[in-house]
Design a binder for this molecule. Structure first.
Ligand SMILES: C[S@@+](CC[C@H](N)C(=O)[O-])C[C@H]1O[C@@H](n2cnc3c(N)ncnc32)[C@H](O)[C@@H]1O
Length: 281
């Protein structure tokens, strides 16, 4: 997604548009069953959409060498954005809605992508990356509850990687991967480790107070007070907040749901005093 929206690199917008126009002429009845339709057809997507999506993904793989990295990323991101609005779910892929899906024609739309200069995109554990970067400002938006992103958005991961693994359970998930400490009881330790290592003049952190929720998986792993305390140890911290209408898949009722933004001006001396263990590393 980030490569598609922000990545550097050459790409021919007309070429991508022409491919999408051709994909939009496909008819499921002329296509064979494929990995995507066999696994997800009639479940996460209607059978025809799943067949078309699987076919398009296979085509993109076959055409890979004739596409630049940016074109490939824009096409994959466009495919994901186009199927997201058609998914038979409540927003993520932990379960699908168990009733007949009304088939609708599938239409792929191109995302609004740009090419920038000087953008560097990393895909790795933030706590490891934090030890290498030296930047002006860092925006942190970690998960705060026990819902592992890789278990909830596995269908898109699977579609992008296209390694076609064997899937398990009613939600058709692949083997676990990229399990985050931010979704476990170790979340606060991980966050403390992160902010004590980032070389950044400013830290901007978003947070919302979902921990009053009735569903345990929505409960926050880091409390607001803990966050405020650890950021204060890094430097002068201001907190802003406003009312926020949260995404809600049913079980959770959010009263007084608020979105917070912490802005910390990092004071290296104060931070080094607060986290002496960091200095020893
Ligand atoms: C609330 S979302 C952030 C969304 C982001 N602000 C955006 O607009 O795309 C939290 C993200 O953190 C990622 N994540 C969780 N643990 C991580 C870790 N240890 N290192 C890097 N990313 C992690 C999740 O996969 C998820 O994409």
């Amino acid at each position: 997604m980030y490569q598609a929206f922000f990545g550097n690199g050459e790409w021919d917008e007309d070429k991508v548009e022409r491919l999408i126009v051709a994909f939009n002429k496909l008819e499921a009845k002329n296509l064979r069953e494929n990995y995507f339709s066999k696994n997800f057809g009639g479940k996460f997507f209607d059978a025809n959409t799943a067949r078309i999506v699987g076919y398009i993904r296979g085509r993109l793989q076959a055409m890979r060498s004739s596409l630049t990295d940016k074109e490939y990323a824009v096409l994959l991101a466009s495919l994901i954005y186009s199927i997201d609005r058609r998914a038979n779910t409540l927003g993520h892929f932990d379960a699908y809605i168990k009733k007949d899906i009304t088939p609708q024609p599938f239409e792929m739309h191109m995302i609004d992508a740009k090419s920038y200069n000087g953008v560097e995109i990393y895909q790795e554990d933030a706590n490891l990356l934090a030890r290498r970067l030296n930047v002006d400002l860092t925006y942190l938006d970690p998960p705060y509850n026990s819902r592992q992103y890789s278990r909830f958005y596995h269908v898109y991961e699977n579609l992008v990687k296209w390694r076609r693994p064997k899937l398990h359970g009613t939600a058709l998930k692949p083997k676990e991967e990229n399990m985050s400490d931010y979704c476990r009881n170790a979340a606060f330790t991980a966050f403390t480790d992160l902010v004590s290592h980032i070389k950044s003049r400013y830290l901007v952190v978003s947070y919302n107070n979902t921990y009053h929720s009735k569903s345990t998986s929505s409960e926050n792993k880091i409390k607001l007070e803990q966050l405020e305390e650890v950021l204060n140890k890094c430097g002068n911290t201001q907190v802003f907040n406003h009312e926020f209408k949260a995404f809600n898949s049913g079980k959770t009722e959010f009263d007084d749901h608020r979105e917070y933004l912490f802005i910390t001006e990092v004071d290296d001396e104060k931070r080094n005093r607060s986290f002496p263990a960091v200095l020893r590393r």
